[in-house]
Design a binder for this molecule. Structure first.
Ligand code: ATP
Length: 286
């Protein structure tokens, strides 16, 4: 973990030019003068409809090369090396032949003492639930199992910043929970996590949500405000009765709609629940 630099990670007026094909849209820019500050240890969830710029932003935050990017970036606590970046598709990010080899390579790249690597590899295989398939070649594993191995390798080094770009979208519920749990543990240990997702049911009350539309940040605040909050005054009045979530073109999760309806009927009061635990408390059960 990079303990030396506690400066915030800062993007200022970052712009990425659009492709010729996208120039017919209202915004031809992939990112449009984006300003963003992330503090050490923060968890940020990035949401937005398809093509809103999530992956472009995630790649810039990870320190990967994005052509035609301009503006100012100070990587601060994230350090100069690229951050681990876990993509939706595992195959492009695998270097080894098996899950065990993949994790071993990741630890070697981090220059851990050679003697520590086998023990640490076993610990990571166990944490990610991959022990039983540790020596299987990729061809014998499912896409989800390959993705779990890629995630386990990316998270092996407790990097100061880790970017998950819709990393769990091809995993089943159990594997998704496992990955989410690993990311949470890393966050609790001090890593900042950038979590790009289309799944609004993954939001937690305390976490910060950044919503993108057409390459711009159109919401930056708490999950609670995003799902239930007051509309943004600057938006056209036709949109003013909707929540920030709906204003981004995203559909409210079923449970959030239910909470709003129960509030309208006087059955629930603010703060409205988001997580299972909060629902239990709100309904006075369990
Ligand atoms: N390599 C590229 N070169 C040029 N334009 C690109 C490139 N990759 C994406 N774009 C365009 O940039 C815009 C933002 O794309 P981006 O992949 O960042 O969005 P996204 O929100 O991650 O989308 P999705 O949810 O579909 O993955 C889109 O209009 C897309 O067509």
């Amino acid at each position: 973990m990079n303990q030396k630099n506690n400066d915030d990670f800062v993007l200022a007026a970052v712009t990425v030019a659009g492709s010729a094909e996208s120039s017919g849209k209202s915004s031809a820019l992939r990112l449009d003068r984006m300003n963003l500050t992330v503090s050490p240890g923060e968890w940020i969830t990035i949401v937005g409809v398809n093509g809103s710029g999530k992956t472009t932003l995630a790649r810039i935050m990870a320190g990967l090369t994005v052509e035609e990017a301009g503006g100012y970036m100070n990587r601060g606590f994230a350090g100069d090396r690229p951050a681990p970046y876990v993509m939706q598709q595992p195959d492009a990010q695998l270097f080894g032949e098996t899950p065990r080899e993949e994790i071993t390579f990741a630890l070697e790249w981090l220059q851990l003492p050679a003697a520590d690597i086998p023990v640490k590899t076993d610990a990571i295989l166990m944490l990610s639930g991959l022990q039983s398939i540790a020596y299987f070649p990729w061809a014998n594993l499912s896409g989800g199992q390959r993705q779990l191995a890629a995630i386990a390798a990316a998270t092996a080094g407790n990097a100061p910043l880790i970017v998950f770009d819709e990393a769990t979208s091809m995993l089943d519920d159990r594997s998704r929970e496992r990955v989410y749990h690993i990311a949470k543990e890393l966050n609790a240990a001090g890593s900042s996590v950038v979590w790009v997702t289309q799944r609004l049911d993954e939001l937690e009350s305390s976490s910060r949500v950044i919503a993108l539309a057409e390459g711009r940040i159109i919401f930056d605040g708490s999950s609670e405000h995003f799902l239930y909050g007051e509309p943004t005054p600057s938006l056209p009045s036709a949109m003013s009765s909707s929540t920030p979530c709906e204003q981004c073109g995203l559909r409210l999760p079923y449970l959030a709609s239910l909470a709003m309806e129960l509030k309208r009927l006087g059955q629930l009061q603010s703060p409205l629940p988001i997580t299972v635990e909060e629902w239990r408390r709100a309904l006075n059960v369990g």
